[in-house]
Design a protein around this ligand. Structure first.
Ligand code: 5GP
Length: 120
């Protein structure tokens, strides 16, 4: 993955519905949709509809605290809707060494199988 320069990402087109996605949950603040390359039976991405500089978690500022908390809450809603509330994983990949590939902050919600730790 290359480092972010703050330009548009594929997620802008997904938010704008210019390219299709399989939406699991949506409200005024966040969009949750299925990952195109799922790493588990349930693999949903939860993103803020407005990036506001949050290319990655490393760019978090005090003004982002509310949306950061809301993203976690939305992850819980997604897990319930997907029927995986008994066990799931929420991941944020940050930066090239964190294997981040899309520079619009997103939570991965993974479940539907036994997860292992620390990888997989
Ligand atoms: P990252 O590697 O940045 O943590 O996660 C980016 C995720 O976005 C990857 O898991 C990748 O499969 C997913 N992704 C990339 N492009 C698209 C797309 O066009 N549609 C959907 N649904 N997922 C995408």
């Amino acid at each position: 993955a290359t480092a972010d320069i703050g330009g548009p990402t594929i997620f802008d087109k997904i938010i704008a519905k210019e390219i299709p996605s399989n939406v699991v949950y949506e409200d005024e603040k966040v969009l949750a949709f299925r990952d195109i390359n799922p790493q588990a039976p349930v693999h949903v991405l939860v993103i803020p509809k407005v990036r506001d500089g949050l290319t990655g978690l490393d760019k978090a500022e005090p003004r982002h605290v509310e949306i950061l908390g809301y993203l976690l809450y939305a992850a819980k809603i997604v897990a319930e809707k997907e029927g995986i509330a008994e066990g799931y994983r929420v991941v944020i990949n940050n930066g090239p060494k964190g294997c981040q590939s899309v520079y619009h902050l997103h939570l991965h919600v993974l479940g539907g199988r036994q997860m292992t730790w620390p990888a997989g």
